[in-house]
Write a protein that binds this ligand. Structure first.
Ligand SMILES: [Mg+2]
Length: 309
């Protein structure tokens, strides 16, 4: 397959998707022209992520479709964390000169399958081949939910409760980091029905990502070690080691969010949200932006394990 044939193949797939897609497709012009055209609301939410063979995945060990899927999924997770709706994606592929088109085709299949599941259109992209390993960069454009605000990292207030979806830890060992479901539906449900004050998706691990909320919102966050939903994927080790995995492994792609106590209680009463459990893991309190356990022990974003001994 030549590069042109590859683009034609993408075009045939995306043309079909645009014709059979959601009732009102916001994409006016998909791949095949100099640029794509899409109708978006005045407030557009944009996220981009670049994944590289040998750094974020290893193509000699995994199906390239999973690498493609992940490249889109991490962006959908970021759009979800803003409380917004993903609309369309732009895909850039750098493919190895040898065997690259086959890899690219599989990557696109992984991307398009997940895009279909979330009604995300492929707006366009670019493909190049070179002497290096495969690189995928995906940009997703989204829009606010009708009549709802976007949710930032900076809105948490002292007194708010801290909640998290799903279970944490062991994502890399279990390969969940390749197959996770981005919490787009859960975020939409939460933002449609409740006033959330801040939200983030857990890509770097709860210890790091909760610190981002603390710093951006100028609050201290106190977590309850017994309340952290440790994933069964962290099978080996003591309870303390498993908790350390839940706090620092990263790539969980669950949502951590904050809300006033009365709102948080209502959310907890409504669960599971679309089958996903929500757990109350702590509170925001006035003070220096840092993470602590409820007994006051400081949780460092890095090297956290040492604090458990
Ligand atoms: Mg994020």
């Amino acid at each position: 397959m030549s590069e042109w044939q590859f683009i034609d193949w993408i075009r045939s797939r995306t043309d079909a998707a645009h014709k059979s897609g959601p009732k009102v497709d916001p994409v006016i012009l998909g791949p095949g022209d100099d640029a794509g055209i899409v109708t978006l609301q005045p407030e557009t939410i944009a996220a981009v992520d670049m994944l590289m063979d040998g750094v974020h995945f290893e193509l000699d060990k995994i199906d390239p479709a999973l690498a493609g899927r992940k490249a889109l999924a991490v962006n959908l997770s970021d759009i979800a964390a803003m409380g917004a709706r993903p609309v369309c994606a732009l895909i850039s592929l750098a493919l190895p000169a040898k065997g690259g088109l086959n890899v690219g085709q599989k990557m696109m299949e992984g991307i398009m399958k997940l895009a279909d599941e979330f009604d995300v259109s492929i707006l366009g992209g670019d493909t190049n081949s070179w002497s290096g390993p495969a690189v995928i960069s995906v940009t997703v454009l989204g829009e606010p939910l009708p009549g709802r605000p976007t949710i930032k990292r900076s809105g948490a207030r002292a007194g708010d409760w801290v909640l998290v979806t799903g279970n944490l830890g062991g994502s890399l060992g279990s390969k969940r980091h390749l197959t996770f479901t981005p919490r787009v539906k859960e975020a939409a449900f939460l933002n449609t029905h409740f006033e959330l004050t801040s939200m983030i998706d857990l890509s770097d691990g709860l210890a790091t990502d909760a610190s981002h909320i603390a710093h951006e919102s100028h609050v201290a966050i106190r977590l309850d070690p017994a309340g952290i939903p440790v994933s069964p994927d962290t099978q080996n080790g003591s309870a303390a080691q498993r908790l350390a995995h839940a706090m620092t492994d990263g790539e969980d792609f669950e949502l951590m969010f904050t809300a006033a106590p009365e709102v948080a209680r209502e959310i907890l009463g409504k669960q599971p949200l679309a089958g996903v459990r929500v757990t109350h893991i702590g509170e925001c309190v006035a003070g220096n932006p840092q993470l602590t356990w409820r007994d006051g022990t400081v949780i460092e974003p890095r090297g956290f394990e040492h604090f458990l001994d």
